[in-house]
Write a protein that binds this ligand. Structure first.
Ligand SMILES: [Zn+2]
Length: 278
């Protein structure tokens, strides 16, 4: 009857040996304010281009615009369940507002099969083909071409598969897939990390081990995905990542208690180690 507990303890001891701590929370951050501002030109473009005809005019709050670390200069726009997902090459992070506005019109026009205003096309091209931007996108292509693809498939677990399963089971497949990656090193203090600015979930390579049960890796992925679903709230200049809505949903996870036991056990034994060392 103690078999399960026994196995759990073994797994936990293993993790303890690797000194894993639950620090996921503090390091995550949400869609930046600058990204929230990106919504406005897209909202405007929808209203302009859809015209008075029965065109698609999404609610402004249903437009999500993010910078994305594409390899090279590339932008996408997609509609899913009434929500609009826009990804702008992060090479455009420092683009002036009028260029972003032009890009918004081009992307929305493409989506609605409308002709974009010619002036916007010229504005976009003038910026996209300027020497600085060309250089930056070449660099992104060279640096990212290989890196991003090779890191989802670990020694034991494939983050892509884990993401898809967790998304299907707990989010109705509604979470847009971010960049998924194993940490390059066996980070011992961070199990998972969601970086909203770069739309990336990083999972510690420490968890890519046959000694770590799959459900625990899934739980860490679930936690990080909740950060996408529940962006941080800014109250009086402070960011709150684990909002009550976040916590409530996190607790609905079937192995929540078991996962907390693992984390507790890891943290507790870490403290003991520290106390003994002091
Ligand atoms: Zn967190």
């Amino acid at each position: 009857m103690n078999q399960e507990r026994g196995l759990r303890a073994v797994g936990c001891r293993h993790l303890t040996a690797l000194k894993v701590a639950h620090k996921m929370s503090r390091l995550s951050f949400a869609m930046s304010e600058s990204e929230l501002h990106l919504r406005t030109p897209f909202n405007e473009a929808f209203r302009q281009l859809a015209g008075h005809r029965k065109g698609f005019k999404p609610d402004p709050a249903a437009i999500e615009v993010r910078f994305y670390p594409y390899a090279g200069l590339h932008h996408t726009i997609r509609v899913r369940a009434g929500r609009v997902f826009v990804r702008i090459s992060d090479v455009f992070r420092s683009a002036p507002p009028e260029v972003i506005r032009a890009l918004a019109y081009l992307l929305v026009a493409r989506l609605l099969s409308r002709k974009p205003p010619q002036a916007y096309e010229q504005l976009y091209r003038a910026y996209a083909f300027s020497p600085d931007v060309l250089r930056a996108s070449d660099l992104a292509r060279r640096q990212r071409g290989r890196k991003v693809v090779s890191t989802t498939n670990g020694r034991v677990y494939d983050l892509n598969r884990i993401f898809l399963r967790v998304n299907r089971r707990y989010f109705d497949g509604q979470i847009e897939k971010p960049v998924l990656t194993w940490s390059r090193r066996k980070t011992r203090s961070i199990l998972g990390h969601h970086d909203a600015a770069h739309d990336t979930i990083t999972i510690s390579k420490t968890l890519d081990s046959a000694e770590v049960p799959e459900w625990f890796v899934e739980y860490i992925m679930f936690h990080e995905m909740l950060h996408i679903k529940h962006p941080a709230k800014i109250i009086k200049g402070r960011r709150y990542y684990h909002t009550p809505a976040f916590r409530t949903e996190e607790k609905s996870y079937p192995q929540y208690d078991q996962a907390q036991e693992w984390l507790d056990c890891v943290i507790r034994s870490q403290r003991e180690v520290r106390a003994r060392a002091a």
